[in-house]
Ligand binder design. Structure first.
Ligand SMILES: Cc1cc2nc3c(=O)[nH]c(=O)nc-3n(C[C@H](O)[C@H](O)[C@H](O)COP(=O)(O)OP(=O)(O)OC[C@H]3O[C@@H](n4cnc5c(N)ncnc54)[C@H](O)[C@@H]3O)c2cc1C
Length: 467
């Protein structure tokens, strides 16, 4: 098994030749910091809106090699968070946002079609499955909230038999199928957007970490080790780094990690368990397992419960964590016993930027010249296209319905996370307690009272945990 930070998808897609780092002085209308999906989609929508706009995108490492090129490739609409959206924004605004997120999933497919990007886009829906009695009501709140706005065709509740017909695992007890979700090969998608940006005339700079930003009239100035950029508008799309020292949003973002493995091609197993429909699946644990197939019959399997990351430190156990990977492989083989003696070819991981609500937020910073998005909490692939469009609308002050979506909020309205080192210490203790509690429940045991109590702390202090 090859266990590295970058993982299978980037290897399979093949990294494109790098663009040169920033050197010398440059001037742009809009500067974007961060070359993940959020930054790239923002650049794409800006370039589509106004081909004369001078757009620069600066990436610390390689574009699309961060979490955006290494995730599970689940491109979900936001129905799986619909109850939380209604709770935060009210029914009408929540529905506007969910519909926009749904369009986002469709528009990713349209982009691939129009731009000739073979990102293995497959619109086959998403299934939440219960794998233990404590998960049996895992989807009730969302299903109720969706039905309360009169929507029936987005969701199908599945009994054990119907679940078996989608994917036959001895662990599965029933589930719910959300129609509007796709899977992609995330690195292929990322590299495809990167190529489209180059064709559209967007200036890309790689291996160029922004080390300093000055935001004062008449514009912004960003500095990297090799150069400086002046711009009228700034978009911060540097994801997990927004939790770090010097970030204007460090009080709003906390960092966890997620880890994945992928098998050798096992088309016979995929066939045998009847999982030929291409559905993305996750269980209903708070620290969830998620899994999908690929066109060549591999099974990719991930766990969203990796370690909490101190500050915004990268390239440690957030990306490569043998202990966590051993647990991921054990869960994979529990859910799919037919994989007992099949080879695992790759393992990898990456940081997850979490907000207190577990929902993405888009903010306009106090100067009015800078904008940012963060807090996808492991669900950025589908929504990032819509978030990029929203950021583009805010930058251009365009009244097209995106800049007024309810997740555009003033920074002051956002729930704060505790400062470091309390964020890391508290997060770690809670993560471990939830892990112990859910492991016990998975094995049909009563969780120990201390773990059960600590697991409830996030809820008591208004933090959302899990999807
Ligand atoms: C293992 C794993 C599995 C996941 N599975 C899924 C999934 O199945 N579905 C889903 O929806 N989401 C999933 N996610 C989450 C998803 O990957 C993210 O929500 C999404 O990629 C966020 O995109 P982004 O552009 O905001 O951030 P990123 O992809 O993190 O991009 C930010 C970029 O900013 C760059 N940067 C940071 N600091 C600087 C700086 N100072 N100067 C310049 N550049 C900087 C970084 O190098 C990085 O390339 C998963 C994440 C992981 C790690």
């Amino acid at each position: 098994m090859i266990h590295k930070a970058y993982g299978y998808w980037i290897h399979e897609a093949g990294s494109p030749d790098p663009e040169p780092p920033l050197s010398g002085e440059h001037r742009f209308d809009v500067l974007i910091v961060g070359g993940g999906f959020t930054g790239m989609w923002t650049a794409w929508h800006l370039a589509q809106s106004d081909p004369d706009l001078k757009i620069g995108l600066v990436e610390a490492q390689r574009i699309g090699h961060g979490p955006s090129g290494r995730n599970g490739g689940f491109a979900d609409a936001m129905w799986i968070s619909f109850a939380s959206l209604v709770e935060r924004y009210g029914q009408g605004p929540a529905l506007d946002l969910a519909r926009a997120a749904e369009r986002s999933v469709v528009q990713i497919g349209e982009f691939c079609e129009e731009q000739g990007v073979d990102a293995w886009y497959r619109l086959a829906g998403y299934v939440n499955v219960s794998t233990a009695p404590f998960q049996d009501d895992g989807w009730d709140k969302d299903v109720e909230a969706i039905r309360a706005v009169g929507i029936e065709d987005e969701i199908t509740v599945l009994d054990a038999e119907a679940m078996k017909a989608i994917c036959d695992s001895p662990a599965f007890r029933g589930g719910v199928h959300y129609r509007m979700a796709a899977t992609v090969q995330p690195a292929r998608l990322g590299f495809g957007i990167r190529a489209a940006l180059l064709r559209s005339g967007v200036s890309l700079f790689e291996e160029s970490p922004v080390t300093r930003i000055e935001d004062r009239p008449p514009g912004v100035v960003a500095t990297t080790p090799g150069g400086r950029i002046k711009a009228d508008r700034l978009v911060l799309a540097n994801g997990p780094a927004l939790a770090g020292h010097g970030s204007p949003l460090r009080q709003n973002v906390t960092l966890a990690s997620s880890h994945m493995v992928i098998t050798e091609p096992v088309p016979d197993v995929v066939e045998e368990i009847g999982w030929t429909g291409g559905e993305a699946i996750s269980d209903c644990r708070s620290l969830l397992n998620y899994f999908r197939t690929t066109p060549d019959g591999r099974i990719a399997f991930g766990w969203g419960g990796g370690r909490i990351v101190a500050g915004a430190r990268r390239f440690g156990r957030a990306e490569v964590d043998p202990e966590v990977i051993a647990g991921v492989i054990e869960s994979l083989r529990t859910y799919f016993p037919a994989l007992a003696d099949r080879r695992i070819e790759y393992a990898w991981g990456g940081p997850i930027d979490a907000s207190a609500t577990h929902l993405p937020h888009v903010v306009s910073l106090p100067s009015g010249r800078a904008f940012a998005a963060f807090g996808y909490t492991g669900n950025g692939v589908g929504p990032s296209q819509m978030v990029g469009r929203t950021l583009a609308s805010l930058v251009l002050d365009r009244r097209d319905g995106y800049g007024t979506l309810p997740f555009v909020e003033p920074v002051e309205a956002l729930t704060k996370v505790p400062p470091e080192p309390f964020r890391w210490i508290g997060g770690t203790v809670i993560r471990e307690a939830i892990g112990r509690k859910e492991d016990a429940e998975m094995e049909g045991r009563q969780p120990d009272p201390i773990s059960a109590t600590i697991s409830r702390i996030p809820e008591l202090i208004g933090f959302h945990i899990g999807r």
